[in-house]
Design a protein around this ligand. Structure first.
Ligand code: NOJ
Length: 501
């Protein structure tokens, strides 16, 4: 078994994690200082959202140099220390590689836009206006209903950007771009990173000379982009990772909501090692909805031997507590996440059951309006919550009560519960790698078994606000998301795992 199949990967949004130099923004030394906490929690790997030099228009997803660390976060030396210390504790380190676009301040783009004949002109995607003066195609930008094209006055052409105009898309059909981007991977692989989360990697190939269908016209182009040539590029990327020992992993942010389409990005074991399954993030909190999501995922990925992944939140979407409401449901959702067959992604702060911060209009800094779920981690219940200079975004409500310190001290906390779940999964072969069987719903209770050899664990999740009888004679309770479970019954919003055999 490769390590990443068994893993729980913990997403750190570095700006909001831990601030070592009291400037209000988290940094790499902040992460280093919290490694003991992460070891205690029991996760296997950390994925750091981008740490590269950036003008921060999209808070690091606009990269102006792929092979350095932004001074906000520290230095390459700090990064090397972080990797070394994490590895000493058995924690792997993944970076967030942003291959689809650069910052408009990247030297490649500065050169590209300097003239039509510049050395890097063809590293980006330029088009003339159509003969009637209209835009090159009808694609829509990710966070608004604006076009993905911006007119460049100096050189008299449009350039493509699926995100901000400050994030021009790279032209992956140019082999020089592919080589240069491979070099950026090698730079970090040499420094010992264990792999990459790859930002909107399904979008690197493009069919720019076609419009999106008329009935999808108001949708952002990002979740529609799905073209054959991307698979060739992914095979090249895979070969770069395979130049290195030690199971380096590629995890694609394949932002497509259909597991059948997502499955194609694993190739025949020669493209991505893993892909995000965003269907899980957007599945409503209902047994029937989860039945469909799990069933569709298993049947799309199983036949092609692609390993599933599960995610409930990240830096782009509302936190679980905000989305589902209440700690009972958070704990039930954590149980489900960690009991499913596949690699699990845990967004920093979910182990605390944090909610999104309420961000007043004048405090909004993100162009996509995603500030609430990026609220800083409250480390303790002092006034500053471990952020001596205050933090770049407001804290979530009740930060003291949700702080790491307060929850470490209370055995009934969401943090301690998540820690117990993580330990259970780590020590249970059947939870890590067993098959999923017997998937069904009883009323609004989801039921499935994890099965390996002669072991069977039954997972039950009650999605309702009322109790539900369970017939599990002869089974023993392994873990429950409520403090005092009642035998023979699931409490409202309870998730439980029983040993059947
Ligand atoms: C997806 C990332 O998760 C998001 O935060 C970012 O804004 C876009 N890709 C563009 O890089």
């Amino acid at each position: 078994m490769t390590w990443w199949r068994d893993a729980v990967i913990y997403q750190i949004y570095p700006r909001s994690f831990s601030d070592s130099n009291a400037d209000g923004v988290g940094d790499l030394n902040g992460v280093r200082h919290r490694l003991r906490y992460l070891e205690w929690l029991g996760i296997d790997a950390i994925w750091l959202s981008p740490i590269f030099p950036s003008p921060m228009r999209d808070f690091g997803y606009d990269v102006s140099n792929f092979v350095d660390v932004d001074p906000t976060f520290g230095s390459l030396r700090d990064f090397d220390l972080l990797v070394r210390e994490a590895h000493e504790l058995g924690i792997r380190v993944l970076l967030d590689w942003v291959p689809n676009h650069t910052s408009s301040e990247h030297p490649w783009f500065l050169d590209a836009r300097s003239s039509r004949t510049s050395r890097h002109r063809d590293w980006y995607i330029w088009r003339d206006a159509k003969p009637d003066g209209s835009l090159p195609n009808n694609w829509i930008h990710a966070w608004s209903d604006e076009p993905t094209w911006t007119w460049d006055e100096l050189t008299g052409q449009y350039y493509l950007h699926m995100f901000l105009a400050d994030q021009p898309d790279l032209n992956w059909s140019n082999p020089e771009v592919r080589d240069a981007m491979s070099e950026t991977l090698r730079f970090w692989l040499e420094r010992g990173v264990d792999g990459f989360r790859m930002d909107v990697v399904h979008a690197i190939g493009k069919d720019v000379d076609h419009d999106d269908p008329a009935d999808l016209r108001l949708l952002s182009h990002t979740p529609l982009n799905d073209v054959d040539v991307t698979h060739e590029y992914l095979r090249e990327i895979r070969r770069v990772l395979e130049e290195y020992e030690g199971d380096r992993v590629s995890i694609g942010e394949v932002y497509l909501l259909d597991p059948v389409r997502v499955a194609t990005y694993y190739g025949h074991g020669d493209e991505l090692h893993l892909s995000f399954n965003f269907k899980s993030l957007f599945t409503a909190w209902r047994a029937s909805a989860w039945l469909d999501t799990i069933g569709e995922t298993e049947s799309a990925l199983g036949p092609v031997s692609a390993w599933p992944t599960w995610v409930l939140s990240n830096h782009d979407n509302a936190r679980v507590a905000t989305r589902l409401g209440g700690q009972e449901r958070v704990r039930a959702a954590m149980t489900l996440l960690l009991a499913l067959r596949g690699t699990a992604f845990l967004y920093a702060g979910e182990e605390l059951g944090l909610e999104d911060a309420i961000v007043a209009p004048e405090q909004v800094v993100d162009p996509g309006g995603r500030d609430g779920c990026r609220a800083p981690i409250p480390w303790d219940d002092h006034e500053d919550h471990g952020w001596p200079a205050g933090a770049w975004l407001p804290f979530a409500g009740d930060a003291s009560r949700f702080s790491v310190q307060r929850q470490e001290e209370s055995s009934g906390s969401t943090l301690q519960f998540t820690r117990r779940l993580l330990a259970l999964r780590r020590n249970s072969k059947v939870l890590r790698s067993g098959e999923t069987e017997n998937l069904h719903v009883q009323g609004d209770v989801l039921v499935f078994d994890r099965v390996a050899d002669d072991e069977v664990l039954r997972v039950l999740v009650n999605f309702t606000g009322s109790t539900h009888p369970v017939d599990l004679v002869g089974s023993t309770l392994v873990i429950s998301s409520v403090d005092r479970p009642t035998p023979g019954e699931l409490a409202a919003n309870e998730a439980a795992i029983y040993r059947v055999r």
